[in-house]
Structure formats: structure tokens, C-alpha cells
Design a protein around this ligand. Structure first.
Ligand SMILES: Nc1nc2c(c(=O)[nH]1)N(C=O)[C@@H](CNc1ccc(C(=O)N[C@@H](CCC(=O)O)C(=O)O)cc1)CN2
Ligand SMILES: Nc1nc2c(ncn2[C@@H]2O[C@H](COP(=O)(O)OP(=O)(O)OP(=O)(O)O)[C@@H](O)[C@H]2O)c(=O)[nH]1
Ligand SMILES: [Mg+2]
Length: 433
């Protein structure tokens, strides 16, 4: 970690300013090497930057951010440049000539984790925040970045460590006949911890959906008005519409935001005994998409008899049922939402229903902590070892299981530092963060 690293922290290209970020033990020397008199800590100061030959590179706003109270926890600096790519290139070359090297993706945040400024789950919150595309994603990411999961898992780890100490004491003083009540307390402690973890896993099932988005599939008979419905919901002609049955064959996707959650809406081929092999493949893909979808919109046209394929779908899984072409009149089954893509009637009601469904699926209680598969896997692992401890007949085996549960929590927070876990997490980062 002795290297001094630098990277462009803003997006490359034409912009009002370009921010070069610098971190590592030689940061202060680097500022000097660029000809900048050291600014007071954390005070924005204008400085002329020069190359080795004394030629002016730019006039920049310079921040000197000494460790350990910096983002990375070590000496850092920022150069807010006027210049575009050519100036950035020139300053980067000057920094390299002074001994700095370009940073790897996520390396600043990785250093923050290594220096104890944040744990690994908070670092994941930072990347999620950068990548958030909707308000709900941003809120969830901010909670993570703020250490919400870090503090809960640290609390669990502390309790687990105390239980382990108790178990080890029991083993050590086995012969001295400690009161049996101690063992009961241990069992209660393990059971309580296991119950909390199981509750958390259950409550946070929707967290992953907030991060990755919801899958909504539109299914129904040919000509039911599925493609028209997709277009009406997203407000553009994403899919081809025609009066001919069997128009849509491939899946047509369009993005949609539902109550702050990202969603992908998929239009599919009309369900029927297909006329040719291309359409048959389309129907197969449609049914497949329906299987995996978080929400299925089953479309039944008001002017047609309910078809067997859609009825079979309705019998198999719960769907949001849309009675399409409501402008044509006809029969609307009780629980269906009448919608006309032509007049816009019922679209608001359908949207409201979809948003309610999305919120329910994401269980947006405002407290989701386990947002990633990695988090769930670690807690599941810890829970498995706690169950193992509960079932252990020998005290030594119980201690081993408690130790493993503690290690699982350590991997979650990055405290038990398998290098490849860190590599995997930080590979997702952008350069400069
Ligand atoms: N220009 C700029 N903007 C930025 C960042 C940055 O590094 N540079 N950040 C990141 O990329 C975020 C802010 N993150 C930061 C987190 C902690 C500290 C820090 O030095 N904290 C000290 C207190 C410093 C003080 O009180 O002035 C501390 O917590 O001890 C700075 C930035 C978002 N905006
Ligand atoms: N009156 C009326 N006609 C509609 C409405 N929605 C769709 N249609 C018409 O119904 C026909 C079929 O519409 P599509 O949206 O292509 O139907 P689809 O379900 O995607 O059909 P396939 O792709 O063949 O499965 C077209 O002629 C549309 O103009 C509606 O709300 N009202
Ligand atoms: Mg279609």
C-alpha cells in the first residue's frame, strides 16, 4: 500500500472541470513536485501547477487532505483542473515522473476499507450509489454506504464472540463442574442470534430486487393488444403493432420506473398453437419469460372470448389481469383492470396497481440491509453454522461451529480478508473511486 496513486475522478471528456485525485504517502511531495505551495488542510486553494521544466500546466483548485481523516484514510489531495483531456494527460505525466502510478478501479475505496475507514459492505454501498438509476436504489445504496449493514453485522459478531468465549470457558473448566445454567444461557444466545438472522433473511428478500430491478412480462393471446399496452405504458412505439395475429415473435423489452424501482417490461408473442416454427419458438420464449417474471400482466381483450392458453396461465400463477380494448365495450371479468391503449382509459389504474405490486415485492419497509447475493450468502452461511452449533453434541464441535459462523460474518464485512473477495467486489468499481 506504499504506492502513491492517482486517477481522474470525474468522467473523461469535455466538462467544466476535471478532478484528479491523489492518495498515498507521497501525496504531499507530489503537490510540491507540481510547484504548488502546500495549502492548509481541507482548504480549497488556487495553485499554478507546473511540469518538470517549469512550464505551466494549469491553474487548479487544490485540496490537501491529510490522513487519517481523509476518504482513503491516508494522505490525499485533489486537483480540480480547468483543462480537458490534454491538460489531464499533462498533469498525469508529471505525476508519473514524480513516482505516482495510475490507480486500479476502486483502489481509493479499497484503501479506505484497508485503513478501517469503512467496511466492505459500506464500500459496496458506494458503488451501488454511483450506479443507482432510481430513487429507491439510491436510498438503499446510501443506507449501505452509511454503514447500516456494517453496524448490524458488527453487533452480531460481538455477540457471537461473547458466546464463543463462554463456550471456550466451559470447555476449559469442564472438570470444575460449572453450573449447568451457563450452558442453557449459551443455547439461548445462539438460538436468539439464529432467529434474528433468519428474520433478516426473510424480511430482506426484496432488497436484491431493488438493486437489480423487476421483471414484468406481458402475456396473452395473439391480437389481445399486448404490444399496444407496452407502447402505452412506456409512452413510445417500442413494439410493432398490427391487426394481424402473430405480429410479435421475439421478446421486446422496454425500461420502466415503478415507484422508484427499475423495471423491465417484456412484450411477448401471443400464446396459441403456432402456425410455424418461428412463432412456436416465440411462444416458448413467452411462456419461459412468464415463468421467471416477478409480475405477469395477463391480457384478455374485451371483444374476444377468453382463450384457453391465457386461462391456463391464470390457473397456474397469479397475474395482474388486464381487460384490454376497453373502448370496444364487452365483458370485463371481476378482478381485471379495464384498459384501452387507444383512449388511455385505465392506464393510470394499471400503473398504480403495478407500483403497488412492485413495492410489495421489494418489501420497501425502508430498512433493507441485505441488498446483494453476497450478503445473503454470508448470512445464510453464518446461520448454517449456528444451526450446526445448536445440534453439536460435543462442546469442542460447538466451539468450532461458532468460530465458523464468526468467520462468515468476518467475510461479509471484509474483516476476514480473503483477497479474492476484495478483488471481486472492487472489480465492479470505476476508476477514480
Ligand atoms: N471533491 C470530492 N467530493 C466528494 C468526495 C471526495 O473525495 N472529493 N467523496 C468521496 O469520494 C465523497 C465525500 N466523502 C468523504 C468522506 C470523508 C471525508 C473526510 O475527510 N472526513 C473526515 C472529516 C473531514 C472534515 O471534517 O473536514 C473524517 O470523517 O474524519 C471526506 C470526503 C463525495 N464527494
Ligand atoms: N380498439 C382498440 N384496439 C386496440 C387496442 N389495443 C390494441 N388494439 C388493436 O388490436 C390489434 C392488435 O394489437 P397488438 O398490440 O399488435 O396486439 P398483440 O397482443 O401484441 O398481438 P400479437 O403480437 O400478434 O400477439 C391492433 O390492430 C391494435 O390497433 C385498444 O385499446 N383499443
Ligand atoms: Mg404484439
Amino acid at each position: 500500500m506504499a504506492d502513491t496513486i492517482f486517477a481522474l475522478a470525474t468522467a473523461p471528456g469535455r466538462a467544466a472541470i476535471a478532478v484528479l485525485r491523489l492518495s498515498g504517502p507521497e501525496s504531499r511531495a507530489m503537490l510540491g513536485g507540481l510547484g504548488a505551495v502546500l495549502p492548509a488542510p481541507r482548504r480549497a486553494s488556487v495553485r499554478r501547477l507546473r511540469d518538470r521544466d517549469g512550464a505551466v500546466l494549469d491553474e487548479a483548485l487544490v485540496l490537501w487532505l491529510p490522513g487519517p481523516a481523509s476518504y482513503t484514510g491516508e494522505d490525499s489531495a485533489e486537483l480540480h483542473l480547468h483543462g480537458g483531456p490534454a491538460v489531464v494527460e499533462g498533469v498525469a505525466a508529471a505525476l508519473v515522473s514524480l513516482g505516482a502510478r495510475p490507480a486500479e478501479p476502486g483502489e481509493f475505496t479499497r484503501r479506505a476499507v484497508m485503513n478501517g475507514r469503512m467496511d466492505l459492505t459500506a464500500a459496496e454501498g458506494v458503488i451501488d450509489l454511483i450506479e443507482a438509476e432510481t430513487a429507491a436504489q439510491a436510498r438503499q445504496a446510501l443506507r449501505l454506504a452509511g454503514g447500516a449493514l456494517a453496524s448490524v453485522s458488527q453487533g452480531w459478531a460481538d455477540r457471537l464472540a461473547a458466546l464463543l468465549a463462554r463456550q471456550e470457558a466451559l470447555i476449559e473448566f469442564e472438570d470444575e463442574d460449572l453450573p449447568g445454567a451457563l450452558d442453557g444461557q449459551l443455547a439461548d444466545g445462539i438460538a436468539a442470534l439464529a432467529a434474528e438472522m433468519a428474520d433478516r433473511l426473510r424480511a430482506d428478500e426484496g432488497g436484491e430486487r431493488v438493486r437489480t430491478g423487476l421483471d414484468v412480462a406481458i402475456l396473452g393471446a395473439p391480437n389481445a393488444g399486448k404490444s399496444s399496452l407496452l407502447n402505452a405504458l412506456v409512452g413510445r412505439e417500442a413494439a410493432i403493432v398490427s391487426a394481424r395475429a402473430g405480429t410479435t415473435r421475439d421478446i421486446v423489452e422496454a425500461r420502466l420506473v415503478l415507484a422508484g424501482l427499475p423495471a423491465v417490461l417484456a412484450d411477448t408473442a401471443g400464446l396459441r398453437e403456432a402456425g410455424d416454427e418461428i412463432e412456436a419458438e416465440g411462444v416458448r420464449r413467452a411462456l419461459n419469460r412468464g415463468e421467471g417474471a416477478d409480475i405477469v400482466l395477463a391480457v384478455l381483450a374485451c371483444d374476444a372470448h377468453p382463450d384457453p392458453a391465457t386461462l391456463a396461465l391464470l390457473a397456474r400463477r397469479d397475474c395482474v389481469v388486464v381487460a384490454s380494448k376497453a373502448d370496444l365495450g364487452g365483458e370485463v371479468p371481476g378482478h381485471a383492470i379495464p384498459v384501452s391503449a387507444r383512449t388511455g382509459e385505465g392506464l393510470a389504474a394499471l400503473r398504480a396497481r403495478l407500483e403497488a405490486e412492485a413495492l410489495r415485492l421489494a418489501s420497501l419497509s425502508g430498512s433493507t440491509l441485505l441488498a446483494r447475493p453476497r450478503h445473503r450468502a454470508a448470512i445464510r452461511d453464518a446461520l448454517r453454522w449456528l444451526r450446526e452449533a445448536e445440534g453439536a453434541v460435543l462442546p469442542e464441535l460447538r466451539a468450532d461451529a461458532l468460530r465458523e459462523a464468526l468467520r462468515a460474518l468476518g467475510r461479509l464485512t471484509g474483516r476476514v480478508g480473503a483477497e479474492e473477495i476484495l478483488d471481486r467486489v472492487f472489480a465492479e468499481f470505476c476508476i477514480g473511486k
